[in-house]
Structures are given as structure tokens and as C-alpha cells.
Design a protein around this ligand. Structure first.
Ligand code: XIL
Length: 490
């Protein structure tokens, strides 16, 4: 096919490509036919950009040297997600030994071609090196904090959005978190902790939660993630976006997909389609998926999980927009047309349509702004099992560490570990040093009486299996000092 080799560029100039050979849809869109109309764009990236969105793809380092591949990549896509290169098994294969080389190559390619980057992913139970799951709870917490800190610091300023936590919810219809080394040892609070750590490292990158099978609104898994995001927004936990992987069967997205996107967006987060592929790539299923996003103002971009069918992790399904020879498939044309039909707006664009029909949680909102403060200000996190705060109560122990400090304030974390029996609730009490006051607590409920501070479990992290742990965090005025903690289990 001749037409895809033409330099169709990604941005608005693409519509000037007229003239050249056959090119069915593109020639039609690019010619004078629409001369007085806003010019239809000739690539996925430039078409999406017309409504303020991006169109991206997953990229493995190994393919960058394939000219047929990189030609399509640079012509069509304005956002890149490393397919595997930012995952833990590649970036920290042994503890404290970091390897950013493969991802750096992708980042360099993106910088050279004006593409943005999505960071994928910091905390995920898969593609996790064996040493991580062998750690004790306290060591795992330190390792997780360090991993997030090192990786985000290395790529700081180069990443548009991070998938901070990937696939933390179960598929079993429970709507609960799935079992994982993080969940099993750190408890429910690990997700919140990861987001707070991420914000303290990079205040500018968007912080996303990413998962699959959360596209159908009524599914328990969707509701579980929705309730987590709602809770995070209501308490100021820093979360900016939710990624819907969208690995679909041949039927494409569930009919409620737009409702789901819209309902999440109403919580005050951006939403994105992050890993789209559809078995057999029916043109209509692709168009339906793209339109669901285009109809929601805060759906800011779409990423397909690979370029050619031969690049797909589901290669037997031929689920992508280009065939194995690099020719655009019918789904490509349907996606391009859908993106072009959404033009005419320059900002986050399009309507939204307010579709909230049939929602259960309805009117939530909270309209909170993204990029909440957190207070994770300044000075590099120290963390690391500094100090212990004593124990007590018999049923649980509590240890304290300072996670951050700055002039006039600090951020502390308390880890609660159940004893040899399971507990269904906990309370940690300590006396604040003179002049100190607590300004915020997360993953716990604060009561103060004079200088006596009491933090009880939140609704979701009171139950701990024998020897299992959870954490709560707090911000305080004054200087950090190691408190003497008393933990009481119930
Ligand atoms: C996949 C990659 O495409 C494969 O190359 C790798 O072998 C396994 O992981 N959800 C995710 C992605 O978040 O990281 C996964 O990527 C696909 C499912």
C-alpha cells in the first residue's frame, strides 16, 4: 500500500497531503472537498488533537529499530506507553539495582518526535521480581516507597501521567482488592500510600489508577474502583485519573461504557482508555469505544495496546488497527472518522451528554480539583524504618516513621501489625510533644483531647489477619519526634 508511507505528519498539516495516490478515505478527507470546513486530519494523533485529546500506543523498545514500525508510530501516535520497560521486573530486577535503560530509549524516541509519555506502571502484582514478594511487611513498604521514588525521580518531567497502581481489584465479583504481595502484607492502605508517595515525588505528573474489566458500570469490580476513587477524592488523596484498559472481546465495549466514563469523570478525575484492543477489531466496536470517550469531556485520550496485529500481546486475536504488514484495517478508518467527527472544539471539548441514567451512586461529584495538595511538600522523603514507637495492647503493635519533613512540619506514618490473632479494629494512642498539632490524617480516624492523640481504624482497614499490617499517615505542625505509641486491638 502506497498511501500509508506518505508523510502524513501528525499535526494539523496532515490535511494538506492531498494529491498523492489512491488513498481512499484519506484522500477524500484531505482534498479540497472540505475546503471551507475545518480540515479533517489524516492521522489518529492529529485527529484526536482537534478535540484536545491524545491518541497513543504501547511501544516495546525492541521495535523502535524497525523502520516499518517506527514510521507508523511517528505518523499516527502522539502518546507512548512503554509496553513492559517501566515495569518492576525490568526497572528493579534486584533490590536497589535500577535499570532504566530500555525505557530511556523509548523516552528519547518520544522526545525526538514530539510524543508524550505515559508511565506504566509503578505498583503491580505482575511482572514483579521474586525478591519483592519475599519481603516482610515493613521491608516491602520501604521497597515500594523506594521503587516509586527512584523510578518517578528518574523520569521526572518526562511523564504526562503515571499508572501508579495497576490492577489492584479482584475479578471474583466481590468488588474487593485482589490478593497480592502488597495487599496481603500492607493491607488496603497500600494503594493510598502509593499515591501519596507518588505525589510527594512528582507534583506535576498526573497520577492514575489503571485496571481492566471496569468498563461495565454495574460490575462489582467497577463499583469497587469507583468507590475507592470517590473516597480518595473526598479525603484529598492525590488521584488525578483512572485508566480503563479496555481489552475487549469481539463485541466491543459494554453498552454502559460511556456511562461508566462519565460517572468516574464526575468524581473529579480525568478518564482515559489506556490499553485498547478488540478481538478481530470490528470497525463498529472500535468506533463505539472511541465515541464513548469522545462524548465525555474529561475523557482526555485513547491508547491502543500495539500498532500492528503482529505486535499485539493477543496476536491470535488480530485486535489492532493495522494488519501485520502495517496496512490500516477497516477499524483504523472507523476510528479516524470518529475522531474527525468530534472536531470543532479545541479544549477538552465535546459534550459529555450528562448521561447518568441508571447509575446507582449518582450524584456524588465532590468536584474537588485534581492535584490536591497532600502536603508532601519539599525535602526528599526519608522514610525507612526510622524509629519504633513501642508497642502494647497485646493484640497489635504500632511503629512510627517519619516520611517527610520540612521547616515547621512533617509527615509521619504509623504501621499497625496484628499479633498472633486476627483483629477487627485498632486504636493507636500517643501524646504529642509540646507545640505540635496534627492537621490531617488518612487511613484512620482522628480524635484529639488536649495533647492526647487517638487514631482509630478507618471503615476499610480495621480487619487484619494474624501478623498482617496496615498503615495510616498524618501531617503535623512542629518538628518530628518519635512518639511512644500504644496500640489496642479489638
Ligand atoms: C502485557 C504486555 O503487552 C506483554 O508484552 C507482557 O508479556 C505482559 O503484559 N494489562 C497491563 C499491561 O496493564 O501491562 C499488559 O501488558 C496487558 C494487561
Amino acid at each position: 500500500m502506497a498511501w500509508f508511507k506518505r508523510d502524513t505528519r501528525r499535526r494539523a498539516t496532515a490535511a494538506t497531503i492531498a494529491g498523492a495516490a489512491a488513498g481512499v478515505a484519506l484522500a477524500l478527507l484531505g482534498m479540497g472537498t472540505f475546503a471551507t470546513h475545518a480540515a479533517a486530519a489524516g492521522s489518529l494523533g492529529s485527529a484526536a488533537a482537534q478535540s484536545g485529546r491524545y491518541f497513543g500506543t504501547a511501544v516495546p523498545t525492541a521495535k523502535l529499530g524497525d523502520p516499518a514500525y517506527s514510521t507508523i508510530l511517528d505518523r499516527e501516535f502522539g502518546m507512548i506507553t512503554p509496553e513492559n520497560e517501566m515495569k518492576w521486573d525490568t526497572t528493579e530486577p534486584s533490590r536497589g539495582s535500577f535499570n532504566f535503560g530500555p525505557a530511556d530509549q523509548i523516552v528519547s524516541h518520544a522526545a525526538a518526535h514530539g510524543q508524550k509519555m505515559r508511565g506504566h506502571t509503578l505498583v503491580w502484582y505482575q511482572q514483579l521480581p521474586g525478591w519483592v514478594s519475599g519481603l516482610s511487611a515493613s521491608d516491602l513498604q520501604s521497597a515500594m516507597d523506594n521503587h516509586i521514588t527512584q523510578e518517578m525521580t528518574h523520569f521526572k518531567g518526562k511523564i504526562y501521567a503515571w499508572d501508579v497502581v495497576n490492577e489492584a481489584f479482584a475479578d471474583d465479583g466481590s468488588g474487593q482488592h485482589r490478593s497480592s504481595p502488597f495487599q496481603d502484607k500492607l493491607g488496603n492502605g497500600f494503594i493510598e500510600h502509593a499515591f501519596r508517595t507518588a505525589r510527594s515525588v512528582d507534583a506535576n505528573a498526573k497520577l492514575c489508577y489503571n485496571d481492566y474489566n471496569i468498563e461495565n458500570w454495574t460490575d462489582a469490580k467497577t463499583q469497587g474502583v469507583y468507590n475507592m476513587v470517590k473516597d480518595f477524592k473526598s479525603r484529598g488523596v492525590p488521584i488525578d485519573c483512572v485508566g480503563f484498559q479496555s481489552h475487549f472481546g469481539a463485541g466491543g465495549p459494554p453498552s454502559s461504557f460511556q456511562t461508566t466514563l462519565s460517572n468516574f469523570a464526575a468524581l473529579g478525575v480525568d478518564v482515559q482508555i489506556t490499553e485498547l484492543d478488540i478481538a478481530q477489531a470490528p470497525a463498529s466496536a472500535y468506533a463505539n469505544t472511541v465515541n464513548a470517550c469522545l462524548h465525555v469531556a474529561r475523557c482526555t485520550g485513547i491508547t491502543v495496546w500495539g500498532i500492528r496485529d503482529s505486535d499485539s500481546w493477543r496476536s491470535g486475536d488480530n485486535p489492532l488497527l493495522f494488519d501485520s504488514s502495517g496496512n490500516p484495517k477497516p477499524a483504523y478508518t472507523s476510528v479516524l472518522n470518529a475522531l474527525n467527527a468530534a472536531t470543532g472544539t479545541t479544549t477538552g471539548g465535546t459534550t459529555d451528554g450528562g448521561t447518568t441514567s441508571g447509575t446507582t451512586n449518582g450524584g456524588t461529584t465532590s468536584g474537588t480539583t485534581s492535584g490536591t495538595t497532600d502536603g508532601g511538600t519539599t525535602s526528599g522523603t526519608t522514610d525507612g524504618g526510622s524509629s519504633t514507637g513501642g508497642a502494647g495492647g497485646g493484640a497489635c503493635t504500632a511503629t512510627y516513621s517519619t516520611t517527610n519533613s520540612w521547616s515547621g512540619g512533617y509527615q509521619g506514618e504509623v504501621k499497625i501489625t496484628a499479633g498472633s490473632a486476627a483483629i477487627s479494629g485498632w486504636t493507636v494512642r500517643w501524646t504529642l510533644s509540646g507545640g505540635q498539632s496534627i492537621t490531617q490524617v488518612w487511613n484512620g480516624t482522628l480524635t484529639t483531647s488536649g495533647s492526647t492523640t487517638t487514631v482509630a481504624n478507618a471503615s476499610y482497614n480495621g480487619s487484619l489477619q494474624p501478623a498482617a499490617s496496615t498503615t495510616f499517615g498524618f501531617l503535623a505542625n512542629g518538628s518530628p519526634s518519635t512518639p511512644s505509641l500504644t496500640c489496642t486491638g479489638s
